[in-house]
Design a protein around this ligand. Structure first.
Ligand code: ADP
Ligand code: 5GP
Length: 217
């Protein structure tokens, strides 16, 4: 929930973490609990999983369609992960802004670093990294999810190790303990609430007229 009438949604909230750490599950719970969040639907060349719906879970594209978007400079960021391409369309962020919502993105570490190094103004980024309790539990979760072949699963576990090394580029880390999803969700809600209360120039521009203060020198 946005905490006051003064808050103008301007966050680009990035959630990263190893495959199986719980990103999708956590984001789903966050969006259900907070109408001021809008999920950015990524584009990918990965094949849909049986439960996934085009344009809801991802914009499922062919490689040539994805490359056309790169040529047209349609992506805010994009990266290759496990042999497939994934990217955030700029239009997803525009849609969130038009709906007066904060955008929430589930993206990998390479994409997050591209967001970190861009000037998004008037928006600003908030980078959160989800940590699983252990690699053993990560593997258990991925096996239980049953969405990847054995080769694909091994590839994802190997990528997980390199991803964790990039945590220093994030603003916050959040643990997602086994069978305590709500704990992770609550911690992220607390971080978002704090960021929405951050004092920045936009808030001052809003608050000064309310107080009868002329900003001019
Ligand atoms: P990611 O999006 O990071 O790849 P998912 O959200 O798909 O991960 O979660 C991987 C699997 O682990 C899913 O089957 C999900 O239901 C399960 N899961 C997520 N969080 C928890 C948790 N805190 N405890 C137990 N299982 C979890
Ligand atoms: P999955 O295939 O499990 O849905 O996603 C694999 C990886 O791609 C995850 O780390 C996920 O966060 C990442 N990913 C999903 N969408 C995007 C995106 O738009 N950009 C980038 N860079 N990574 C993404």
């Amino acid at each position: 929930m946005a905490n006051t009438h003064l808050y103008k949604p301007n966050l680009v909230i990035v959630i990263s973490g190893p495959s199986g750490s719980g990103k999708s599950t956590v984001i789903d719970a966050l969006c259900k609990a907070d109408a001021a969040l809008r999920l950015s639907v990524s584009a990918t060349t990965r094949k849909p999983r049986p439960s996934e719906v085009d344009r809801v879970d991802y914009h499922f594209l062919s490689k040539s369609e994805f490359e056309a978007h790169i040529q047209q400079d349609s992506f805010l960021e994009w990266a290759e992960y496990g042999g497939n391409f994934y990217g955030t369309l700029k239009s997803e962020i525009v849609t969130a802004r038009e709906a007066k919502k904060d955008a929430i993105l589930e993206i990998d570490v390479k994409g997050a670093l591209q967001i970190r190094t861009q000037d998004l103004s008037p928006a600003r980024s908030l980078l959160i990294f989800i940590i699983p309790p252990s690699f053993a539990i990560l593997e258990k979760r991925l096996r239980r999810r049953k969405t990847e072949s054995e080769t694909e699963l091994k590839k994802r576990l190997a990528i997980a190790k390199s991803e964790v090394l990039e945590i220093e580029h994030y603003d916050y880390w959040v643990s997602n303990p086994e069978d305590a999803l709500q704990q992770a969700v609550h911690q992220i809600q607390t971080i978002i609430a704090a960021e929405r209360s951050r004092i920045d120039t936009k808030l001052i521009e809003t608050i000064n007229p309310l107080l009868g203060i002329d900003g001019a020198d």
